[in-house]
Write a protein that binds this ligand. Sequence first.
Ligand SMILES: Cc1cc2nc3c(=O)[nH]c(=O)nc-3n(C[C@H](O)[C@H](O)[C@H](O)COP(=O)(O)OP(=O)(O)OC[C@H]3O[C@@H](n4cnc5c(N)ncnc54)[C@H](O)[C@@H]3O)c2cc1C
Length: 139
Amino acid sequence: MARIHHIGKDLVLAGDAAGLVAPSSGEGIYYAMIGGQEAALATHSCLLSGNSKDLQLACKRFMSKHKTVFRVLEAMQNAYYKSDDRKECFVSLCKNVDVQRLTFESYIHKKLVTRIPLVHLKIMVKNLLHLSGLVRATT
Ligand SMILES: Cc1cc2nc3c(=O)[nH]c(=O)nc-3n(C[C@H](O)[C@H](O)[C@H](O)COP(=O)(O)OP(=O)(O)OC[C@H]3O[C@@H](n4cnc5c(N)ncnc54)[C@H](O)[C@@H]3O)c2cc1C
């Protein structure tokens, strides 16, 4: 749905067809279901009003709920999926219990989960150490 505007004014897409797969994780089932629901609601509005602009509601409503998660996952993908070395760093980072807990809770609740600031600080430092190459990936 993020691409509706590029495709046309009288077409609404959902799921993989709309490119709604979460970066980093490749998770698309949940987002295809929610996107399909939003597409149906927007189509209903469009049929009632006769105004094809109502189809854009699908994208707006979807993004209002999931934009932050998609942006964060995209930033992670851009940082860690550049090369095999970076991917190894990502795997190494994921050994950390705090990272696992945050990732799992965010995955379950479909939103970014916050913890005490010290945990976020520790994760940020670990990220910087890995990305700068000061810490090497361990297997
Ligand atoms: C190997 C793999 C593993 C994955 N693992 C996960 C995972 O663990 N968790 C997760 O959330 N996501 C996962 N995904 C992504 C997830 O499968 C997709 O994001 C999700 O299925 C998208 O749903 P969809 O309804 O948009 O598309 P699809 O599920 O692909 O449904 C599209 C349907 O349209 C049909 N179709 C295509 N063309 C036509 C046509 N011309 N006429 C009629 N029918 C047509 C197809 O046969 C298909 O049944 C994985 C994907 C792959 C490839």
